[in-house]
Design a protein around this ligand. Structure first.
Ligand SMILES: C[S@@+](CC[C@H](N)C(=O)[O-])C[C@H]1O[C@@H](n2cnc3c(N)ncnc32)[C@H](O)[C@@H]1O
Length: 295
């Protein structure tokens, strides 16, 4: 394969990506051209909020083509377009053949949650000390155990295994279903896992089947009644909107566990939940916090 490389200002990225797509590029990737330099300007956004900007100040756009001729032809056509004016053609270079599957798999090693509880990709053998394991491959849905917010929720489940195993569990925003499966590993038998994303619901069902675990997965209306444990690892803004709904699902004597919250957002979350439950910071990792409350 051959890679066509370009530099684009913020306004040029979208027309450039669309044009490369129309020119039959096999793939198009866009990276911050100023990453790891003094000019890097991170972009932060949250669901439900307008994007702060459409893209980086300067992006490195790279497109793969099957032949040198196809890449050269695409470059020649792009140079003639109006939107190319502020872009720069870096060049066309061959891409060395690689074992892409092996390379991708190598990025995902087993993740230790506690000395005995591990998340293990299917292409790895579980470590000898893993008494409890969830087998999981990175797929379409969020939740492979590599993100601190997921790990903190799993640690919470491990630390409260007795409570978790004795009551109904709701995993709200289930992604891959990793938290629901964690609850099942700690003995919970009535588990509802819900997500607004149908792909996440499908992923949760497939992952539960692959681990031979029983749970119900569906869209949010599946959540009915009260639960002994309610987990939601989403993000601060949707968690604030969901406050009355999530609190209404917490049974007397039940626990609410929230993640996806940055350290500086603790007070806003505490205030949003104060009419129903008193949230406290229960864990933290890499600038993220886990907040929990009991009823
Ligand atoms: C950060 S992922 C967490 C996945 C998994 N529970 C974990 O802990 O790794 C958040 C998930 O919440 C879902 N989500 C976002 N807003 C939601 C909402 N209002 N109701 C239900 N699910 C939502 C997203 O589709 C996504 O799958």
């Amino acid at each position: 394969m051959f890679e066509l490389r370009l530099l684009c200002p913020e306004a040029g990225v979208e027309p450039m990506s669309e044009a490369l797509d129309a020119l039959d590029a096999l793939s198009v990737s866009v990276e911050d051209a100023d990453a790891l330099t003094e000019h890097e300007r991170p972009l932060f956004g949250e669901p439900g909020m307008p994007a702060p900007q459409q893209g980086w100040q300067r992006s490195r756009v790279s497109a793969l083509f099957a032949s040198h001729e196809a890449a050269d032809e695409a470059a020649a056509l792009l140079l003639l377009q109006d939107f190319f004016a502020d872009c720069t053609l870096i060049g066309v270079a061959p891409v060395a053949e690689q074992d892409w599957v092996g390379l991708t798999q190598a990025q995902f090693a087993p993740v230790q949650i506690t000395p005995e509880f591990w998340i293990v990709p299917t292409w790895h053998e579980p470590p000898a000390q893993a008494r409890l394991a969830i087998r999981l491959d990175p797929g379409m849905a969020f939740g492979t155990g590599t993100h601190p917010t997921t790990r903190m929720c799993l640690r919470w489940l491990a630390a409260h295994a007795e409570h978790v195993g004795a009551h109904r569990v709701l995993d709200y925003g289930c992604g891959s279903g990793i938290l629901a499966m964690g609850a099942a590993r700690f003995g919970a038998r009535e588990i509802d896992a819900v997500d607004i994303d149908e792909a996440a619901v499908q992923a949760t069902r497939a992952n539960a089947r692959a681990n031979a675990l029983q749970l119900n997965a569906g869209t949010p209306e599946l959540a009915q009644g009260v639960y002994g444990t309610v987990l939601a690892n989403i993000l601060a803004t949707p968690l604030k909107v969901l406050a009355p709904l999530l609190c209404a699902h917490v049974a007397d004597g039940g626990r609410l566990v929230l993640a996806g919250i940055l350290e500086r957002q603790a007070d806003e979350l505490r205030q949003a939940y104060a009419p129903w439950l008193a949230l406290e910071v229960a864990d933290h990792e890499d600038g993220w916090i886990l907040m929990s409350a009991s009823r």
